[in-house]
Design a protein around this ligand. Sequence first.
Ligand code: SF4
Length: 324
Amino acid sequence: MLNENNPILKVKNISKVYAEDKNNIVNALNDVNFKIIKGEAFGLVGESGCGKSTLAQIIMNLILADKGEIIYIKDGKEINILSLKGKKMKALRKEIQFIFQDPYSSINPRKKIGWLIKEPLIIHKIGADDAQREKMVDEMLSSVGLDKNYKNRFPSELSGGQRQRVAIAIALILKPKFVICDEAVSALDVSVQAQILNLLRDMQKKMGLTYLFISHNLNVVSYISDRIAVMYLGEIVEMGNSETIFKNPLHPYTKALFSASVNINDEINPVILKGEPPSKAALTKGCVFASRCRYCSEKCLTEKPVLKEMDDNRKIACHLYNEY
Ligand code: SF4
């Protein structure tokens, strides 16, 4: 049972602007707020370019935010990740790991699988000796469903699904607490996606992991997530229990995301939404979804809707619901 009062990560007022020059300003993230509960899979969904991956990189302290804080809670103590540097950040990276979209490019093709999984143990000086590290690699390979003989193979000798299993083993060998999965199954064949999602679920149970699961595909996110946040052009527009949103999406953008909805075990289709998102630079006032929303009113063009909590525990940023 998830305890809402036991967060592992708080994203607080995160904003990020990219400015090439004064005429070319992009609001990548605008005042993003949510918390991730210890032990849950929290899904972040939205079209490509909506800011999901930028947020993931800010959480990992790989790029700087212009405003806001990322608070990681360790042993009851709050740590602002964005204030960490050097050794302190390196130490925290043991706890927070990343599984990337593309197993073809995230794994060094010149190294054997055994070395790739063992390398994080060497970097972080884990294991009394090499024999112990080898044993840990064998156990991790077994956990992700690969025989220990895979240690002697090169990535090019593996299928896409097997390579993603190796990427998961590399991320989990340090026994992290919090894992960011950024489009972790998007590069895989549809038939392999469910297998990898099931593996991630099994590993979550076995290791007590918390996930931030990022995808453009609402079906994939719904399949694995306890709660979901829907992002559009750098803003959260709907957030709540996965089942609640999956059964009854309310925000016009979330509804559009579901327009091509099919079961994860069937074929997974891309999002169908008419038109391209507008320039992020133009979105200084009004609703972020106004230019593509069939319910857009005068108020939507001038007043930004705030994320408001509904009776079913979800939050939604839309004037249609803010007027209740
Ligand atoms: Fe559509 Fe207005 Fe709601 Fe925005 S606030 S999603 S434009 S109805």
